[in-house]
Design a binder for this molecule. Structure first.
Ligand SMILES: [Zn+2]
Length: 89
């Protein structure tokens, strides 16, 4: 479960997410739309799309309000640094 991989300080996926994602609780879940006004989201780090469409990510880690999504590879890379707690849905 532990990960010693910490992305480099200049990793391309970084753009200040620690401001709002440090120490948050994430839920491992199947993708569900947050709002009826849109049908997809993007990983907060690598921008891979989450949606119900074939070919897009259909599961990942979301904040408890399902507003922000993180894909599994980015979750593994940043979980140690951003000190996420995983809660069951
Ligand atoms: Zn990602």
């Amino acid at each position: 479960m532990s990960s010693n991989r910490t992305p480099a300080p200049d990793d391309w996926r970084r753009h200040g997410q620690e401001r709002y994602l440090i120490g948050v609780r994430l839920v491992a879940r199947t993708y569900a739309v947050y709002s009826p006004h849109w049908d997809h989201d993007h990983c907060e780090f690598c921008s891979e799309p989450f949606s119900l469409h074939e070919g897009d990510l259909s599961e990942g880690y979301a904040t408890e309000d399902a507003y922000r999504w993180v894909c599994a590879p980015c979750f593994e890379d940043f979980r140690g640094e951003l000190k996420w707690t995983v809660v069951s849905s």
